[in-house]
Design a protein around this ligand. Structure first.
Ligand SMILES: [Mg+2]
Length: 123
């Protein structure tokens, strides 16, 4: 599947110059990639924002492409992971609780991996 991850409050908490990557981001993206999924990062903040995230956290090995979150996106998602309920309804996907600050105990992305792995084993 083509799985699209949102950036702000899904994979990243940012406040000014402070950036905090959500716990499990690298592990979960790497695991989904190894299961044969194609991973995309997109953001309403823009493609460059996604590319900065990928560069800063060394995720390029796992990420197929970055896009502006736009209906004209040249690749269509099979499934999205997002903290915005409206978008999850629109594209179908998995809703995550918004990541709104540093929280080492946060396990939302691991839950996503469990759900997708369970889904994959049923297909
Ligand atoms: Mg978001």
């Amino acid at each position: 599947m083509r799985i699209f991850f949102d950036v702000d409050n899904t994979l990243l908490y940012s406040s000014g110059a402070e950036w905090v990557l959500r716990p499990g981001t690298r592990h979960v993206i790497a695991a989904l990639k190894s299961q044969g999924h194609d991973i995309y990062i997109w953001s309403a903040t823009g493609q460059l924002h996604c590319e900065r995230l990928v560069g800063r956290y060394d995720l390029a090995l796992f990420v197929t492409a970055c896009f502006d979150k736009d209906p004209a996106c040249p690749v269509k998602p099979d499934l999205i992971v997002d903290d915005d309920w409206y978008l999850v309804q629109k594209y179908s996907g998995i809703l995550v609780e918004a990541f709104r600050g540093p929280d080492p105990e946060d396990r939302e992305l691991y839950r996503v991996l469990e759900e997708l792995t369970a889904l994959g084993s049923m297909l």
